[in-house]
Design a protein around this ligand. Structure first.
Ligand code: URA
Ligand code: SF4
Length: 187
């Protein structure tokens, strides 16, 4: 574990711990407020993210930004990252060995950010953070508390592009996050 951001960022530079290093353009480390109370974790970079080096800048990210605006989340105030930091080819789901290789970076990010709430965006984030036994369909919208952190599993923003019902649920889940956060802050 690295004890500060500079060391952590240096440690991931040129990372070759899994095969995704051979096809990536940029490592997508994460972005936003490094002292955020709310952290969002996605699956892995897509084509736009791989090109630009930042998470959720493509279509799914734009849809997510709209939902943020709608519920009053300021993107710069939260911290956003992914399970794997390099793009899986054809945007396939990261394989277990890839997620496992990359997870130490994410664990270190969580320790340094020290968030109160973590929003898990989709099945890949849910299963790699809380365990394979969790299903996104059964868990979404329900708080799970573990080791002092509140987890809110919800749909991955890319799933919203195809499904209006999921869009409504995603907004509802983000609203719940905002409500719970203001309760925590005022308590
Ligand atoms: N999908 C993700 O899971 N993460 C991104 O950064 C972009 C799309
Ligand atoms: Fe390293 Fe993670 Fe990229 Fe794999 S996905 S090469 S572990 S940074």
């Amino acid at each position: 574990m690295e004890s500060n951001w500079e060391e952590l960022e240096n440690s991931i530079e040129d990372c070759k711990k899994c095969k995704l290093c051979t096809t990536r353009t940029n490592i997508v480390f994460g972005c936003g407020n490094k002292n955020a109370d709310i952290m969002m974790i996605g699956e892995g970079p897509g084509a736009d993210e791989d090109k630009q080096g930042n998470p959720f800048v493509g279509k799914a990210g734009q849809l997510m930004n709209k939902a943020f605006e709608g519920v009053g989340i300021v993107r710069d105030e939260i911290y956003i990252t992914n399970i794997v930091k390099c793009r899986p080819p054809q945007n396939r789901v990261p394989e277990d060995d890839e997620a496992k290789a990359c997870l130490n970076y994410l664990r270190n990010q969580v320790i340094l950010v020290n968030p109160k709430i973590i929003v898990l965006l989709g099945s890949t984030a849910l299963k790699n953070i809380l365990g394979k036994e969790y299903s996104i369909t059964a868990s979404r919208g329900k708080w799970i508390e573990k080791k002092g952190i509140l987890y809110m599993p919800t749909w991955h923003p890319a799933a919203l592009l195809r499904d209006e019902d999921k869009k409504i649920e995603f907004w509802k889940d983000l609203k719940e996050v905002v409500t719970r956060y203001s309760e925590i802050k005022n308590s």
